[in-house]
Design a protein around this ligand. Sequence first.
Ligand SMILES: Nc1ncnc2c1ncn2[C@@H]1O[C@H](COP(=O)(O)OP(=O)(O)O)[C@@H](O)[C@H]1O
Ligand SMILES: Cc1cn([C@H]2C[C@H](O)[C@@H](COP(=O)(O)OP(=O)(O)O)O2)c(=O)[nH]c1=O
Length: 205
Amino acid sequence: MTGRFISFEGIDGAGKSTQIASIAAWFRARGDEVVLTREPGGTALAEQLRALVLNQPMDALTELLLMFAGRRDHLQALIQPALAAGRTVLCDRFTDSSFAYQGGGRGLPLSMLEPLADWVQAGTEPELTFWFDLPPAVAAARRAGAREADRIEAQQLDFFERARAGFAARAAQAPQRVVRIDASLSPDAVWQQVEAVLAQRYPAC
Ligand SMILES: Nc1ncnc2c1ncn2[C@@H]1O[C@H](COP(=O)(O)OP(=O)(O)O)[C@@H](O)[C@H]1O
Ligand SMILES: Cc1cn([C@H]2C[C@H](O)[C@@H](COP(=O)(O)OP(=O)(O)O)O2)c(=O)[nH]c1=O
């Protein structure tokens, strides 16, 4: 039995964390065993890499390699065993974030990212990805009221414009997998959109 693998994407401040709790509750109410996890991070090793990558100065390629190193450990130690046990894995960010941030934001070429994604994922891919999309200025205003910026969140608006374009390109390449949610609306209005997608993709048996 293979479980479901679902990821959540969007620029910082899009409201992913706010929605994921309700999504986990939605699957639990159906009787699924839910594993909530995140990237960068998700395992002890990958959380150590997260602390480095979000706080230490480094070049873009080093940043990319650390993101994929953590992802490899996360897949091997947590995601793949959970899927093999039939669990529903909800992952706050996955490979689309590397394409958006290191590809779009930092400007690294797709020819560098694509082979890494193939090697590291070796066929494991989310079956559904929610892309919480909103203008970077709106996301920045939300973040300003909520928390102190880390090394990546401290980037300027043009970085987040490029990251947003990176998510849009990934969505265009995989329209069956990636569902765009208008994240500029109120939390309730965002939830209505999410719930409609869940109800359509996972009808009650
Ligand atoms: N739809 C929304 N409208 C307005 N504010 C929101 C909305 N969703 C989340 N927020 C607020 O914006 C901030 C960032 O939300 P969060 O869920 O942490 O985003 P993310 O995990 O995508 O970075 C938090 O202060 C949160 O309360
Ligand atoms: C997974 C991943 C995240 N990131 C970045 C996006 C975020 O700025 C940061 C941390 O992600 P996250 O914990 O999701 O931050 P937030 O809750 O603020 O949205 O890491 C990348 O640059 N590349 C990646 O591959």
